[in-house]
Design a protein around this ligand. Structure first.
Ligand SMILES: Nc1nc2c(c(=O)[nH]1)N[C@H]1C(S)=C(S)[C@@H](COP(=O)(O)OP(=O)(O)OC[C@H]3O[C@@H](n4cnc5c(=O)[nH]c(N)nc54)[C@H](O)[C@@H]3O)O[C@H]1N2
Ligand SMILES: Nc1nc2c(c(=O)[nH]1)N[C@H]1C(S)=C(S)[C@@H](COP(=O)(O)OP(=O)(O)OC[C@H]3O[C@@H](n4cnc5c(=O)[nH]c(N)nc54)[C@H](O)[C@@H]3O)O[C@H]1N2
Ligand code: SF4
Ligand SMILES: [Mo]
Length: 740
């Protein structure tokens, strides 16, 4: 029998509505759900690839115990695995204290309410402060800028793209990434709509990206965005284009900031950015004079040497042009569940209150940067990590300080256990890997990302595929370990741990349901008949429901967490960074700059085992401009050696006019060596070998890895290496330009 079930995708931030086809209990395919008022039928090929992953023979379907060398495992029962893990963890904590335990969580769990609640709960049950994550390769600098400006890492804005007249997109490629820190399945339409109604979309990027090709493109020299933004601000202030009323009402420190911005003239910026001074000035004028406008930046400006300053300047331009909390501006998110409030109460809005023991790098939003993990494991002393949980994470490939150094550190752990779908490059060093269901095999409702939606919506799903094999959810796993350790369960709230001790386990779904029911659109447990609950979402709104057609505006004061209720424009941290910007020197021995590049058919490190995304001829290639190539003496498909201060890689080169000369773009997440055979066979290299692996060379305020604008040298590889390439890589590179 064949049935169709509405559900939604949980791979990236739009969370597109899907229709799943299930034949005799077997999920056979998915397609975009046209009846979903939020996503309106949009879905990309990755949701279908996820069906392949759900049925992937390489996926783990039973608990695995390490036997011998890294990557070699044998199946064990859940009872054996959980029994041994809890006994060993109990012993480690008894002997060395709760600080000997740490978790490292990755990107996929962000899409699962149960994972987030379980991880937080388990952390509390153990009592350890150490929680690491990929925030230091993603958005920590954005959050720090928010903390400096608004007073909390949990407060942030989303770009009101449906109504804006001017979108300045800097360091983001939403046509490929599908948008980040903003959830909108109809993002392409939202952007196209700006131009259709006479507005402008300007994309600042060293590469003429898939997004840039559709709009106006300004090619920038990698890592110099702070110069561009500071010079824009300078022009706006000098020419009186700022909104004085908004500045007086909502900000503190404007005059001090203005005096520090004086040195950043458009002429000077032009030398750094490679963008002509008159273009910078015109951009500043046009943006400030537009009826509404928003600067929207993402990982391209976050993961730089001046990531926090970039984010500060992006936001400050929005603020001083009067575009904060205005139709078409930068608006604080809104969701029925106030996740920012939840995050604050759960200790997830921290900044620098729980620094890394050895490096002093700060926690941001409750997360320590991955750059601190190696020394925090290896350096002896109180609080040294001896037991690690890797939770839907693959830092050996994804962290700026991954690779062999992290591999070596992982091998020294007394206990390493992991919750994952696969043996990946990181948990191949674990003592146990505990297999979990894919999202098609579990229920969900949007939770953490709810406040980023441009059209706030609600939906929920049951599992559409019965669980294959012998997997357990992240909550079932951590709750059971906590129980066996005599700590009740994996709950952040002590009363819930007490209840668990007497056998009453509140499920994550019940917790999120309670948040929905007591929200402004909730049914208040029957008090409001028309209100929503998880069950009503399933029965009355199986295709989801749009709660607000657009973002609310005019709520500035309600979102400022500083005591004086003002947006702080002149904190010492920011002024120091402006000073530092004046003093960065170029490296003549490393004249080019490396940047990252997300590909449509990759999702960080983890979807390369699906044939749909990884056909046998797909290759990992670096992209450079033909002028650079001829100067270096390399041609299409030739192997080049890319050298940075952090390391070096060899990679075949694709020549592309899309690249700003002097730039090399390298996709991340390749170079596999896990239990995923197709991914392993695809070859490629870990681009993070080029990342600086030194806490002193991270972004100073957030501890972020510098992944964009890395000074490098690109060299021809010797003849013998070229010969090897033919054997290793087969035919020349097939470039990923497919759109869908
Ligand atoms: N050089 C460079 N490095 C980068 C980036 C970059 O742009 N350039 N980007 C950074 C960014 S933004 C991010 S977010 C990180 C991502 O870094 P990570 O989160 O470390 O890596 P992922 O590839 O997202 O996948 C992590 C693991 O989650 C598993 N997984 C998938 N679904 C589930 C699930 O439902 N439950 C569980 N338990 N596990 C699951 C996958 O099998 C995989 O092994 O990479 C960062 N690294
Ligand atoms: N297909 C696909 N989609 C994804 C992911 C994926 O791996 N694959 N990952 C997901 C995740 S975890 C995240 S966090 C989001 C990220 O979402 P985005 O940030 O939108 O993703 P990117 O494509 O990395 O965009 C960064 C852009 O910055 C540019 N850039 C690099 N250096 C500089 C610079 O110095 N200055 C400027 N101005 N631009 C620069 C790059 O060329 C690139 O176009 O994407 C999500 N969506
Ligand atoms: S854009 Fe693709 S991967 Fe992302 S949520 Fe939508 S269907 Fe899933
Ligand atoms: Mo990310």
């Amino acid at each position: 029998m064949e049935v169709e079930k509405p559900t939604f995708c949980r791979i990236c931030e739009p969370m597109c509505g899907l229709i799943a086809t299930v034949r005799d209990g077997h999920l056979t395919g998915v397609r975009g759900d046209r009846d979903n008022p939020y996503s309106q039928g949009f879905a990309c090929s990755k949701s279908s690839a996820m069906v392949e992953i759900t049925h992937d023979p390489d996926r783990l379907l039973t608990p695995m115990r390490r036997r011998g060398a890294p990557g070699s495992f044998e199946p064990v029962t859940w009872d054996e695995a959980l029994g041994d893990i809890s006994a060993r963890l109990q012993h480690i904590v008894a002997e060395h204290g709760p600080h000997a335990y740490a978790s490292f969580f990755g990107n996929p769990p962000v899409f699962h309410h149960g994972s987030l609640l379980a991880l937080q709960g388990f952390q509390a049950a153990i009592g350890s402060p150490w929680k690491y994550g990929v925030n230091g390769e993603d958005g920590a600098s954005h959050m720090v800028a928010n903390a400096l400006l608004y007073g909390s890492t949990a407060i942030g804005t989303v770009p009101d793209l449906w109504r804006t007249h001017f979108a300045l997109i800097i360091g983001a490629n939403p046509f490929v990434s599908r948008g980040s820190t903003v959830s909108e399945p109809q993002l392409r339409q939202a952007l196209r709509g700006i131009v259709e109604r006479g507005g402008r979309v300007v994309v600042v990027d060293p590469r003429r990206t898939e997004t840039a090709r559709n709009f106006e493109h300004l090619a920038i020299r990698p890592g110099t965005d702070a110069w561009l933004l500071a010079a824009m601000l300078n022009t706006m202030i000098a020419e009186g284009l700022v909104d004085r009323a908004a500045i007086t009402e909502h900000t503190a420190g404007f005059e001090v900031l203005a005096s520090h911005i004086e040195g950043f003239s458009a002429d000077l910026a032009a030398e750094h950015c490679g963008i002509a001074a008159n273009v910078i000035r015109d951009l500043a004028r046009d943006f400030a004079e537009a009826p509404s406008g928003v600067v929207y930046g993402r990982t391209g400006t976050c993961t730089q040497l001046f990531g926090t300053l970039n984010n500060f300047l992006q936001q400050t331009i929005n603020v001083v042009t009067g575009n904060l909390e205005r139709e078409g501006g930068a608006n604080f998110g809104w969701g029925p569940i106030d996740f920012a409030k939840f995050a604050s109460s759960a200790g997830l809005s921290s900044f620098g209150t729980n620094r890394s023991r050895t490096t002093g790098l700060p926690d941001v939003a409750g997360m320590l940067p991955s750059q601190a993990l190696v020394p925090d494991i290896k350096v002896p002393g109180p609080g040294q990590i001896r037991a690690l949980l890797t939770f839907g994470a693959n830092p050996v490939l994804s962290s700026g300080r991954g690779g062999t150094e992290l591999e070596g550190a992982l091998e020294t752990l007394d206990l390493h256990f992991s919750c994952d779908l696969y043996v990946n490059e990181t948990n191949r060093f674990a003592h146990y890997i505990l297999p979990v269901p894919t999202f098609y095999e579990r229920d969900d409702a949007p939770f953490a990302l709810m406040g980023n939606m441009l059209r706030p919506s609600l939906f929920a799903t049951e599992a559409v595929q019965v669980r294959i094999g012998d997997t357990r959810t992240e909550f079932e796993i951590l709750n059971e370990i906590a129980r066996r350790m005599g700590r009740g369960g994996a709950y952040a709230a002590a009363p819930l741990r007490w209840l668990a001790r007497v056998g009453i386990n509140v499920s994550p779904r019940t917790m999120v349901d309670a948040l929905i029911r007591t929200s402004p659109v909730g049914d208040w447990f029957g008090l409001r008949r028309t209100g929503l609950s998880w069950k009503k979402l399933l029965t009355k709104h199986p295709h989801g429901t749009v709660i607000k057609g657009c973002l609310p505006v005019g709520r500035v004061a309600a979102h400022i967490r500083h005591d004086d209720q003002k947006i702080h424009l002149a904190t010492t941290e920011v002024l120091d960074e402006l000073h530092r910007l004046h003093h960065v020197e170029d490296r003549s021995d490393l004249p080019m700059r490396a940047i990252g590049m997300r590909e449509l058919r990759s999702q960080n490190t983890w979807m390369h085992n699906a044939e749909r995304l990884m056909p046998s001829d797909r290759r990992h290639v670096g992209h450079i401009h033909p002028d650079d190539a001829s100067r270096i003496g390399i041609g299409e498909g030739d192997l080049a050696c890319i050298v940075s201060d952090g390391g070096e890689i060899s990679i075949p080169i694709h020549l592309s006019e899309d690249l700003q000369p002097g730039t090399v773009a390298i996709p991340h997440g390749w170079g596999h060596n896990g239990g995923w055979q197709r991914a392993n066979a695809a070859g490629g290299v870990n681009s993070n070998q080029l990342t600086a692996k030194d806490p002193n060379r991270t972004e100073p305020l957030s501890g972020m890895s510098v992944l964009n604008g890395i000074p490098v040298r690109v060299e021809r590889v010797r003849e013998s290496m070229q010969l090897r390439r033919d054997v290793v890589d087969g035919p020349g590179p097939q470039v990923d330009t497919r759109g869908d």
